[in-house]
Write a protein that binds this ligand. Structure first.
Ligand code: PMP
Ligand code: GLN
Length: 379
């Protein structure tokens, strides 16, 4: 058939993980832990399965799950979304992003995003007939130039997609960024999609700034998160969106025909986990800070130059002192010849990205990080 997405191939994550496997390389490419999630969470899943919680969950999400999400949001961001109208449980953040974009973007609408940007946004915008306007952020800070942002706004602008803590740059938005965003869009009916899947992995002293903490912006915002990152269980694929009732109603129209509802026992287990072991997400930043520092310190002995990492479980490394290859070729070479798989950054950008940067995932056991660093120090 004639393709609706002719320019699109297989995701870089699938490509690099396959290449890593083929060459038996240490896989620091696709973002997933090589250690297991909490035993308690697994036990609760088994419990709910054995108790017979095996039929469809409500379309919007299991009630204990929505209650636990409301509780966590109130605790962390000082705002309690309505359990019935504002929270929708989805099959990972990926589904929430897709449902929100499909619900909000009409043919011809303009959508602004910041490059490098996570790879699932653009195809969803395209399938809805939207036009993506990309602002290129520059390393090492990847800060938004608010003048450039204002210049991109038009009467057709419908949605702004942001991601903080940011994959792949590992930078975070501060509350001043949200204030600047509000100032820029206040006068127009523009919505905000805030991808906050790394909300609990933030090394900034001020903590994670959520769009939900901004009283005006949150009235126009869809916030998306995922338990895959938070509980080291990327394979469970449970996430959610939080948005005001009128926006959530539109998202649910899409969600009910995309998946209808999400895995019941996993939702109930996660609700138990959120309620009984909140220390897990409260301590997650410290847990990952130690891994970030271990990898960063080990790479001080290498010819890579590590960039500051304010959040996520990704570290950027500049290889200009090592090679003139473009980043895609460098990552292939690194996987095949050095035995370490990483992700090139240019694949997250529409325009040229002439920097020599790769993304390394440090959601790994210490032994994995040490072994990878040893190889990276030899080149
Ligand atoms: N957004 C970002 C920025 C991500 O990094 C990821 C996955 N790592 C997702 C969304 C998708 O999350 P999920 O696996 O829950 O669908
Ligand atoms: N989000 C993960 C990453 O950035 C990958 C998710 C996927 O493979 N779709 O590495």
């Amino acid at each position: 058939p004639e393709s609706k997405l002719p320019a699109l191939g297989t995701t870089i994550f699938t490509q690099m993980s396959a290449l890593a496997q083929q060459h038996n390389a240490i896989n620091l490419s696709q973002g997933f832990p090589d250690f297991d999630g909490p035993r308690y969470l697994q036990a609760r899943l088994a419990h709910h399965v054995s108790e017979g919680a095996n039929q469809y969950a409500p379309m919007t999400g299991a009630l204990p799950m929505r209650e636990a999400i409301a509780e966590k949001t109130a605790e962390l961001y000082g705002y309690r979304p309505d359990v019935n109208s504002d929270i929708t449980v989805t099959a990972g953040a990926t589904e929430a992003l897709y449902a929100a974009i499909t619900a909000l973007v009409r043919p011809g609408d303009e959508v602004i995003c910041f490059d490098p940007s996570y790879d699932s946004y653009a195809p969803a915008v395209e399938l809805s007939g939207g036009v993506l306007k990309r602002i290129a952020l520059q390393p090492p800070g990847f800060r938004v130039d608010w003048k450039a942002f204002a210049a991109l706004l038009s009467s057709k602008t419908r949605l702004v997609i942001l991601n903080t803590p940011h994959n792949p740059s590992a930078t975070v938005w501060r509350s001043a960024d949200f204030a600047a965003l509000w100032q820029a869009i206040a006068e127009q009916e523009i919505y905000v999609l805030s991808d906050e899947v790394y909300e609990h992995i933030c090394f900034d002293e001020a903590g994670h700034a959520s769009v939900l903490a901004h009283p005006q912006l949150r009235q126009r915002a869809v916030t998306v998160s995922s338990f895959g990152k938070t509980f080291h269980m990327t394979g469970w694929k449970v996430g959610y969106s939080v948005a005001p009732a009128a926006i959530s109603a539109e998202i649910r129209k899409v969600h009910q025909y995309l998946t209808f509802s999400v895995n019941t026992p996993a939702q109930l287990a996660i609700a138990d986990m959120l309620r009984h072991e909140p220390s897990h997400y409260r301590e997650l930043s410290a847990f990952y800070r130690a891994r970030r520092d271990r990898l960063a310190q080990a790479l001080e002995q290498s010819r890579f130059k590590v960039l500051p990492c304010e959040g996520t479980y990704f570290l950027l490394a500049d290889y200009s002192a090592i090679s003139d290859l473009d980043d895609v070729s460098f990552c292939q070479w690194l996987t095949k010849e050095v035995g370490v798989a990483a992700i090139p950054l240019s694949v997250f950008c529409a325009g040229p990205f002439p920097h020599r940067l790769i993304r390394l995932c440090f959601a790994k056991q210490e032994a994995t990080l040490d072994a990878a660093a040893e190889r990276l120090c030899q080149i």
